[in-house]
Design a protein around this ligand. Structure first.
Ligand code: SAM
Ligand code: DTB
Ligand code: SF4
Length: 331
């Protein structure tokens, strides 16, 4: 969906916008279900990149220490516990610039993915940059979806990160899609961006061919020690608007209400579900920061008549549309 159209929708009165997104939601997701995903940081901290929001960058003193890659048996325990708890997607994150085929650590990750993928949950990984070969190997090992966010507009990206480019992010997404993995691609609100930056980010995300299978919408969790530590919080209605626009622009995606939920009331989260969110991170920890308790999430879903979505581990990645360009056109 092009910027101009997103802008027109964004500028609608709030209720008109969420009425539109609700209609798209009901057409594509009539089941009143929410996907529950568990996140695990399998390699925390010490990252070479300078993403100015991130607790795990080695450039900032955030109190998050660099750790080694977790042992497979420990990861398996956590994955089984997540499944027991009702999660249908297990997402493993590593604070790396990227992974390279032929290295010991990539082989270890492939081994971990092979084992986790036998548990019957969707397997998602987020390991930084991927080349073509790495993407193919991850797909073969059993990864269903690769998470790589564009995070903000191409223009604002240079204010947020200097150690890699927006185009680098697009290249990784292309490699993941070419290898047949679904792509999970979203962004963060609260990085000092303008409304237009948010709309340009959604334009890029919705112009991927095929469109992403999921779109995480994170609200910045300000991390002491990072350049974004003192950023002011995002207005709740702006979060809802962004969810609504993501729902309209990427109708078949899971729109994930991601980081930032600990600061949201039940009523705010209900509004997000109404506007088009149908996935959450579930379990009391994200990567390094906290997330609501599972009991609280289940209680809220119960109150709203929402139930956990069934897993789809054999999920096929969506195919590209033949008459559309593969890349979003960058200005
Ligand atoms: N290193 C990989 C990468 O950059 O793609 C994966 C991990 S990174 C932590 C995954 C995503 O988490 C980021 O792209 C960003 O959207 C989100 N994120 C990281 N720190 C955050 C924070 N403090 N608040 C909100 N979202 C955050
Ligand atoms: C995504 O978009 N959000 C998740 C997941 N993908 C990897 C990460 C959120 C991280 C929040 C900050 C932290 O816990 O360090
Ligand atoms: Fe954090 Fe990922 Fe950036 Fe590393 S690449 S600093 S883990 S967001």
């Amino acid at each position: 969906m092009q910027f101009a159209e997103l802008k027109e929708l964004h500028d609608l009165p709030f209720f008109d916008l969420i009425q539109r997104s609700r209609a798209v939601h009901e057409e594509n997701w009539p089941e009143n279900e929410v996907q529950l995903c568990t996140l695990l940081s399998i390699k925390t901290g010490g990252c070479s990149e300078d993403c100015s929001y991130c607790a795990q960058s080695a450039r900032y003193s955030t109190g998050v220490d660099a750790e080694r890659l977790m042992e497979k048996c420990e990861i398996m325990e956590r994955a089984k516990a997540a499944r027991e708890n009702g999660s249908t997607r297990f997402c493993m994150g590593a604070a790396w610039k990227g992974v390279r085929d032929g290295t010991k650590r990539f082989d270890q990750v492939l081994d971990i993915v092979r084992s986790v993928s036998e548990l019957g949950m969707e397997v998602c990984t987020t390991l930084g940059e991927l080349g073509e070969e790495e993407a193919i190997k991850l797909k073969e090992a059993g990864v269903t979806a690769y998470n790589h966010n564009v995070d903000t507009s191409p223009e604002h990206y240079t204010n947020i990160v200097s150690t890699h480019t927006f185009q680098d992010r697009l290249n990784t997404i292309r490699h993941a899609q070419n290898a047949g993995m679904s792509v999970c691609c979203g962004g963060i609100l609260g990085l000092g961006e303008t409304v237009d930056d948010r709309l340009k980010m959604l334009e890029v995300i919705s112009e991927f061919n095929p469109q992403p299978e999921s779109v995480p919408i994170n609200s910045l969790v300000p991390i002491p020690g990072t350049p974004m530590a003192e950023n002011s919080g995002v207005d709740n209605f702006d979060v809802v608007r962004t969810i609504a626009l993501a729902r309209i622009a990427v109708p078949k995606a899971k729109v994930r209400l991601s980081a930032g939920r600990t600061r949201m009331s039940d009523e705010m989260q209900a509004l997000c579900f109404f506007a088009g969110a149908n996935s959450i991170f579930y379990g009391d920890k994200l990567l390094t920061t906290s997330n609501p308790q599972s009991e609280a999430d289940l209680a809220l879903m119960e109150k709203l008549g929402l139930s956990p979505q069934q897993p789809n581990p054999s999920q096929c990645s969506p195919s590209a549309e033949a008459d559309k360009p593969l890349e979003p056109a960058l200005a």
